[in-house]
Design a protein around this ligand. Structure first.
Ligand code: SAM
Length: 315
């Protein structure tokens, strides 16, 4: 019998069992003491990890709450602000107004107003957060020559409500005129007439509700239903010279060109004309129309842009 078969024999296994048991016990003791040692070292880390998990949970809950307030649900666009875009907007507004502190103050104040109006009003303000804050913040800083404001294309009237409030914050007494077809949806050539993400119909009732949020000046606004290019619409509201004209109706090159021609006639000397969505790749006709317009015989001088809006001053 060779040594291997000798070890495998049942007699040998019986004889060697006490030795094997002894080895097993020693291994087990070694493993237990190692586990105890590493367990003791890991113990202080456990409470930290649990705390971290609790903190992350709490942050997630807070984030969810914040998202409900300024996130995209129910309005289609987010009102979250990025540091770089905000800084860029301050610079653009300051370049036009010549006052960096006032630019920062007005943009911040416009942001709070935007969130408040969309929280309390019906529908929404159209467009990106920086563009809206830019318009609301810049217009009063450009010191329009009178308080007559015309908005061409209002959707829910909420931007106008905000502009009334921003002008009043600057000590002005705005008097608002609005022109829009109020078609039940946002009319725009070349786009689908889909229901608005807010679910609210685009009608005069919604506009009145929102203007009511801007106090007596909002409630007193003159609203003219119709297309800005229609002679009857123009005749009805061309009874004064406007200090501010916001062009935000038909976004096609032809539509913008027509609105700019009309604005030439009704802008007061020194008036501010704001052309919304200027340079927006979704609406190439807007830049095309303004660039063409400025090449011709015009009272308007280009002041600059902030986010997606161009600003002009009438001579
Ligand atoms: C982009 S929305 C206006 C958004 C609004 N100014 C705001 O800041 O929330 C464009 C509006 O212009 C209206 N519109 C379209 N064609 C128009 C036209 N020819 N004349 C006047 N308004 C027009 C649309 O129905 C829509 O209400």
């Amino acid at each position: 019998m060779n040594s291997r078969s000798l070890l495998r024999s049942s007699v040998s296994r019986r004889l060697l069992r006490p030795v094997a048991d002894l080895i097993d016990q020693r291994i087990e003791r070694q493993v237990r003491s190692t586990v105890r040692r590493t367990g003791a070292q890991a113990a202080p880390a456990r409470p930290d990890t649990e705390q971290l998990v609790r903190d992350v949970e709490q942050l997630r809950r807070r984030q969810l709450t914040f998202e409900l307030l300024v996130g995209p649900h129910g309005r289609g666009v987010s009102r979250m602000v990025g540091e770089a875009s905000l800084e860029h907007l301050y610079t653009e507004v300051a370049a036009m107004s010549g006052d960096r502190d006032a630019a920062e103050r007005n943009v911040a104040s416009a942001f709070r107003l935007l969130v408040a109006l969309e929280s309390l009003g019906v529908g929404r303000i159209a467009g990106g957060t920086m563009n809206i804050c830019g318009k609301l913040g810049t217009i009063p800083l450009l010191d329009p020559p009178n308080d007559e404001i015309l908005e061409i294309g209002t959707l829910y009237g909420m931007f106008s409500a905000g502009l009334v409030r921003m002008m009043e914050r600057d000590g002005r007494s705005p008097n608002l005129t609005i022109v829009d077809p109020f078609a039940g949806v946002q009319l725009q050539p070349g786009t689908d007439e889909r229901q608005d993400p807010t679910g609210t119909p685009v009608d005069e009732h919604a506009v009145r509700t929102n203007l009511g949020l801007a106090g007596p000046a909002g409630a007193a606004a003159r609203i003219r239903q119709g297309f800005s290019e229609d002679p009857e619409t123009r005749a009805a509201v061309s009874d004064r010279s406007y200090g501010v004209i916001v062009v935000d109706g038909d976004h096609s090159a032809k539509g913008v060109a027509q609105d700019l021609e009309w604005a030439e006639e009704i802008a007061a000397p020194g008036a501010i004309v704001v052309l919304d969505d200027y340079g927006d790749p979704s609406w190439p006709g807007i830049k095309e129309a303004l660039d063409d317009h400025l090449k011709g015989d015009t009272r308007f001088a280009y002041l600059g842009k902030a986010a997606r809006s161009a600003y002009l001053r009438a001579s």
